[in-house]
Design a protein around this ligand. Structure first.
Ligand SMILES: [Mg+2]
Ligand SMILES: [Zn+2]
Length: 169
């Protein structure tokens, strides 16, 4: 039974902007609050590549304050994000945490005792689908990005998530 959402951040919860965000950019995309509000029984985690740090476009501290703002904004709507993990590395660093590698999953497993069969991964790119597949969970692609890998399901926005999870999982 799926009880846990693993959500990508950029392009899923907030708009995709590139490598640097300010607090003013932390505005939930249409459908996010509506969808997640109905999923109060699920645990929510965010798993995000933030290579802007490794590229010198932003800093760990800036990413953390944006993540904190995101948690506050959603909490003010009654939506709790339990934890956010992110990879700050440049792709060339070949780290173990940049999606589609599963270092961030290992971290969540360690911190929260998650198991893959309780999770579904929701993202807007190939790497998110590949990450979810490598973790061993079902995958949902949000938006209209063309991908080379097939997710388990596709939706246009998170507003469709409650109905999908109610019927399909
Ligand atoms: Mg994304
Ligand atoms: Zn990394």
């Amino acid at each position: 039974m799926v009880t846990t959402l693993l959500l990508d951040r950029d392009g899923v919860l907030i708009r995709r902007l590139g490598h640097a965000y300010t607090l003013a950019d932390i505005v939930p995309l249409p459908g996010v609050v509506e969808g997640l509000k109905q999923l109060g029984h699920m645990k929510i985690f965010v798993v995000s590549n933030q290579s802007g740090v490794g590229r010198g476009k932003t800093t760990i501290e800036e990413v953390q304050s944006c993540n904190n703002r995101l948690m506050e904004v959603l909490q003010s709507q009654g939506i709790t994000i339990t934890d956010i993990v992110f990879c700050p590395h440049h792709p060339d660093e070949n780290c173990d945490c940049r999606k589609p590698k599963i270092g961030m999953w290992k971290e969540l497993e360690r911190r929260h005792g998650l198991t893959s069969d309780e999770c579904v991964m929701v993202g807007d790119h190939d790497v998110d689908v590949l990450f979810g597949q490598a973790v061993g969970c079902k995958t949902i692609l949000v938006g209209d990005e063309e991908t080379s890998v097939e997710p388990t399901w596709k939706i246009a926005s998170l507003s469709e998530l409650p109905a999908l999870l109610a019927s399909a999982v």
